[in-house]
Design a protein around this ligand. Structure first.
Ligand SMILES: *[C@@H]1O[C@H](CO)[C@@H](O)[C@H](O)[C@H]1NC(C)=O
Ligand SMILES: *[C@@H]1O[C@H](CO)[C@@H](O)[C@H](O)[C@H]1NC(C)=O
Ligand SMILES: *[C@@H]1O[C@H](CO)[C@@H](O)[C@H](O)[C@H]1NC(C)=O
Ligand SMILES: *[C@@H]1O[C@H](CO)[C@@H](O)[C@H](O)[C@H]1NC(C)=O
Ligand SMILES: *[C@@H]1O[C@H](CO)[C@@H](O)[C@H](O)[C@H]1NC(C)=O
Ligand SMILES: *[C@@H]1O[C@H](CO)[C@@H](O)[C@H](O)[C@H]1NC(C)=O
Ligand SMILES: *[C@@H]1O[C@H](CO)[C@@H](O)[C@H](O)[C@H]1NC(C)=O
Ligand SMILES: *[C@@H]1O[C@H](CO)[C@@H](O)[C@H](O)[C@H]1NC(C)=O
Ligand SMILES: *[C@@H]1O[C@H](CO)[C@@H](O)[C@H](O)[C@H]1NC(C)=O
Ligand SMILES: *[C@@H]1O[C@H](CO)[C@@H](O)[C@H](O)[C@H]1NC(C)=O
Ligand SMILES: *[C@@H]1O[C@H](CO)[C@@H](O)[C@H](O)[C@H]1NC(C)=O
Length: 416
């Protein structure tokens, strides 16, 4: 176990007053033999309410640069999860326990042990001894082989009395090399950092609206049936809009995130009357169910469910709706909508689709069948046609007027 100290404090001295809590980021490393498994660079400040002899008091302190990765830190293995245990001061300890599902790793729980007997930190405390609090909702997760980055401050509440605010976090667990990966999983507070600054002004009560992301890239998702031929085709750009409680702002926000095709895998099943497409990206699971109505000979999107745990969410977001009737199209054709379309699933979740073409049934030779366009596209097509017809009409009128005029003048000359 080794501990290094970084020197972000230099900036602080120049800012003097404003820097009481913006302390150094401290670097911790957990090693197994010669190979590093956890490398974390972080700032943490603690706020702990405790009982005093004459009331309650709040202790506020930062993770000191003397903090060290304790001997209980481990790279894990054989049913033991990797763990970073940072001890500091008179018997205080911050523990991060990691877990991984083979694609992502996350901080499964954060616990803090603090020592109320430490009178310099907890003056006049009415009780003494060690207190341990723990949460398993850290909100910290990242892709394996990537560094979790969160420069913005994010608070984690471990109990009604204990809050930890992390900032300047650069951390990787389950490392495959000696150094932290240059590939980063950026927390959403950082992604919207320019607009999401929390405003404590009493006049503004609405959440600051983050800049909407650009139109998503178009993904190509294909399912293959048992006989090895494509049975469901989908080409589309997807943007998810989820309204959830933001961890960094502690209020409801509508977060809009693009699905990145090169990080998304497609799975599911094809059937005679029901087909399912499951799209999985790091922190997001999306399931589309298509149904076929044999009476009307049309297929439609009948159900959608989502499960997401984005970094700024306080809890996992899981919602779905099984009574939808969207994207209707005749059987044996493919549904197409180039224009942006919003699919409202539940009040807190909608999907914006871009340049969509899909066919969940009757795919032959791995290719889309004849296209049936959505109304928006038909209307968009109609405008140029109307303009074209109007222009042609205008040209015709001018031409006729010209010809008539010419004939008249011609006739006029002849009479003289
Ligand atoms: C660690 O590295 C040193 C020097 O490179 C080497 O002598 C030692 O055997 C290594 N230990 C392990 C456990 O690999
Ligand atoms: C403080 O004292 C009150 C009343 O005695 C008690 O309910 C509360 O749990 C105590 N808080 C802590 C943090 O010990
Ligand atoms: C409790 O006592 C301390 C010292 O005796 C004093 O500084 C503090 O203001 C008191 N707190 C309250 C809430 O009376
Ligand atoms: C708690 O703090 C007291 C006073 O500083 C100290 O004597 C004691 O050893 C500490 N407890 C632990 C477990 O370190
Ligand atoms: C992470 O990197 C290691 C070593 O390069 C590799 O074996 C492993 O498959 C990678 N894991 C993921 C999920 O990319
Ligand atoms: C961390 O959380 C997991 C899941 O909630 C739990 O099984 C595990 O025991 C916790 N670890 C510690 C050290 O509390
Ligand atoms: C593959 O199966 C689908 C339906 O399951 C069928 O329509 C298609 O003709 C089959 N293709 C081949 C090459 O057998
Ligand atoms: C996201 O959803 C919210 C709430 O329904 C809505 O106000 C907002 O305009 C939507 N944003 C986008 C980009 O679709
Ligand atoms: C995914 O695509 C984006 C945009 O084209 C690119 O910046 C990124 O490096 C790609 N990521 C991977 C893992 O291929
Ligand atoms: C098929 O569509 C008809 C007409 O819209 C409707 O009455 C019927 O309930 C639908 N059947 C199913 C299975 O959805
Ligand atoms: C599911 O979708 C239907 C049709 O759009 C809508 O009427 C219903 O309110 C939705 N259910 C929920 C729980 O939002």
């Amino acid at each position: 176990m080794t501990v290094k100290r970084s020197s972000a404090a230099g900036v602080c001295w120049t800012l003097l007053m404003g820097c009481v809590f913006a302390a150094h980021a401290v670097t911790f490393e957990v090693k197994d033999g010669n190979s590093t498994c956890i490398n974390a660079d972080l700032n943490a400040s603690f706020s702990i309410t405790y009982n005093t002899t004459n009331g309650t008091s709040a202790a506020r302190f930062v993770l000191p640069s003397s903090a060290a990765a304790g001997d209980a830190s481990t790279c894990g293995g054989a049913g033991v999860p990797p763990e970073l245990l940072v001890s500091f001061g008179a018997g205080h300890a911050l523990t991060l326990v990691f877990s991984s599902d083979g694609r992502l790793y996350r901080v499964a729980n954060i616990s803090l042990q603090y020592n109320l007997s430490d009178t310099s930190t907890f003056p006049q405390s009415s009780s003494t001894g060690l207190v341990t609090v723990m949460t398993n909702a850290s909100g910290i997760s990242a892709r394996l082989n990537s560094t979790y980055r969160c420069v913005s401050s994010t608070s984690v509440s471990l109990s009604a009395e204990v809050n930890i605010t992390f900032s300047d976090v650069h951390m990787e667990a389950y490392m495959s090399g000696a150094n932290r990966s240059t590939d980063e999983s950026v927390c959403s507070a950082d992604q919207t950092v320019t607009t999401a600054a929390p405003t404590q002004s009493p006049r503004t009560t609405t959440a600051p609206s983050p800049v909407p992301p650009p139109a998503p890239e178009r993904g190509n998702y294909t399912l293959t049936g048992r006989n090895g031929t494509a049975c469901l085709l989908a080409l589309m750009g997807l943007q998810l809009n989820i309204t959830h409680r933001s961890r960094s702002l502690n209020q409801m926000v509508s977060e809009v995130v693009n699905l990145q095709p090169n990080r998304t895998t497609a799975s599911g099943s094809c059937g005679v009357t029901v087909a399912t497409l499951v799209l999985t990206e790091d922190l997001t699971n999306l399931t589309f169910t298509f149904a076929l109505n044999s009476t009307t000979q049309k297929f439609y999107l009948s159900a959608v469910s989502v499960s997401a745990f984005w970094p700024d969410m306080t809890d996992r977001f899981s919602e779905g709706n099984v009574s939808l009737d969207l994207l209707q199209c005749s059987v044996g054709r493919s549904y197409m909508c180039s224009a942006e379309q919003t699919l409202s699933i539940v009040p807190s979740f909608s999907i914006n689709t871009f340049r969509l073409q899909l066919q969940p049934f009757n795919v032959t030779a791995g290719r889309f069948s004849a296209v049936e366009q959505c109304r928006m596209d038909q209307e968009n097509m109609l405008i140029p046609i109307i303009v074209g017809v109007a222009l042609a009409g205008l040209v015709l009128i001018v031409l006729i007027a010209y010809l008539i005029g010419r004939k008249r003048t011609h006739a006029g000359y002849q009479t003289i």
